[in-house]
Design a protein around this ligand. Structure first.
Ligand SMILES: Nc1nc(=O)c2c([nH]1)NC[C@@H]1CN(c3ccc(C(=O)N[C@@H](CCC(=O)O)C(=O)O)cc3)C=[N+]21
Length: 281
C-alpha cells in the first residue's frame, strides 16, 4: 500500500485564492490588509521564511512591511518599533520572527504586540482563547496542520490523535485543536519512554520534534494519517522532516511531504489570520 500525498502547496493555493478575494473586498473599502514582519539578526533559515512570508503577502494583495535589524538591536528599541506598529492603521498583523538574539526576552516582545494584531497567535491571551475555545488567533503551524487533516475528509470525532512534541508554538496548541475537533489526544515528548507504544494506536500522528526519523514505519498503524512538522537537514543538506517518509508512506493512508506540506500552510494561515485581523479592524 502507498499513502496518498497531502499536498500543502495545492491546499495553500486554494486557500490563498480565497484569502486574496477577501483582501480585494477590503482593499476596495480602503482597508487593504497589512502585515509587518520584523527580523532581528541574520539567521539564514529565518531569511528564507521571511522572504516566503513577504512573497505570500504580495501575491494575496496585502500591504507588507519588512523591517530588518542587526543582531545587536536593543530590546527597548524593538519594543518601541512594536508600539509604533500597534498604532499604525495600515498594519493589521505584526510578526516578530523567532528565534530572537539572546539579550531580547521573547515573552516581553510577544506581549508587547497588540492582541488585535497577534496574527502568530503566540500571546498568552491567544493561548488562553484557544484553551477555552474562544474566538482568537490560532498559532499558524498547528492551524495549518488541522486544515491538512481536514482536507483528507476524515472526521476526527472518536479518532486517537498522537502528537509528538510539546512546544508552545506547535505541540501544545496542536493537542488543543485536535481535542476541540473531538479527537482523543495523547501528547508524547522526550520523556516518553516508548513512543511506538503510543503511535501504533494512533489514527493520526503529528510529528513536531525537530529530529530526523523520529517516526518510522514500524511505529505507524496501517491506514493512519501522518503530518510531518519537522524541518531538518539530512546529510546531503536537503530539507527533511521528522518522519522516515520512504518507509512510512508504505503504511499510512495519507502523509505530508517535507518540503511542500506543513511549511507552506504555516504561511497560508498567517495570511488567513491577517485578513481576519483586517476584517475585524
Ligand atoms: N514569529 C514566528 N512565526 C513563525 O511562524 C515562525 C517563526 N517565528 N520562526 C520560524 C518558524 C518556521 N516557520 C516556517 C514557515 C514556512 C516554512 C516554509 O515555507 N517551508 C517550505 C520550504 C522552505 C525552504 O525551502 O527552506 C516547505 O516546507 O515547503 C518553513 C518554516 C515559521 N516560523
Amino acid at each position: 500500500m502507498s499513502a496518498q500525498l497531502i499536498d500543502g502547496i495545492a491546499l495553500s493555493q486554494k486557500l490563498r485564492a480565497e484569502i486574496a478575494a477577501r483582501a480585494a473586498v477590503l482593499t476596495a473599502k480602503g482597508k487593504q490588509p497589512g502585515l509587518a514582519v520584523i527580523l532581528v539578526g541574520d539567521d539564514p533559515a529565518s531569511h528564507v521564511y521571511v522572504r516566503n512570508k513577504v512573497k505570500g503577502c504580495e501575491d494575496a494583495g496585502f500591504y507588507s512591511l519588512k523591517e530588518q535589524y542587526p543582531a545587536d538591536l536593543s530590546e527597548a528599541a524593538l519594543l518601541e518599533r512594536i508600539a509604533a506598529l500597534n498604532a499604525d492603521p495600515k498594519i493589521h498583523g505584526i510578526l516578530v520572527q523567532m528565534p530572537l538574539p539572546k539579550h531580547i526576552n521573547p515573552h516581553k516582545v510577544i506581549e508587547a504586540i497588540s492582541t488585535t494584531k497577534d496574527v502568530d497567535g503566540y500571546s498568552v491571551l491567544s493561548a488562553g482563547e484557544l484553551m477555552t475555545g474562544l474566538e482568537g488567533f490560532r498559532p499558524c503551524t498547528p492551524y495549518g496542520c488541522m486544515k491538512l487533516i481536514e482536507s483528507t475528509g476524515v472526521d476526527l470525532k472518536g479518532k486517537h490523535a498522537v502528537v509528538i512534541g510539546r512546544s508552545n508554538t506547535v505541540g501544545k496548541p496542536m493537542g488543543l485543536l485536535l481535542l476541540q475537533a473531538n479527537a482523543t489526544v495523547t501528547i508524547c515528548h522526550s520523556g516518553t519512554p516508548d513512543l511506538g507504544v503510543f503511535t501504533r494506536q494512533a489514527d493520526v500522528v503529528v510529528a513536531a520534534v525537530g529530529r530526523r526519523n523520529v517516526l518510522t514505519a514500524d511505529m505507524v498503524k496501517p491506514g493512519a494519517i501522518v503530518i510531518d512538522v519537522g524541518m531538518n537537514r539530512n546529510d546531503e543538506g536537503k530539507l527533511c522532516g521528522d518522519v522516515d517518509f520512504a518507509g512510512v508512506k508504505e503504511v499510512a493512508s495519507h502523509i505530508t511531504p517535507v518540503p511542500g506540506g506543513v511549511g507552506p500552510m504555516t504561511i497560508t494561515m498567517l495570511l488567513m489570520n491577517t485578513v481576519e485581523a483586517a476584517e475585524r479592524a
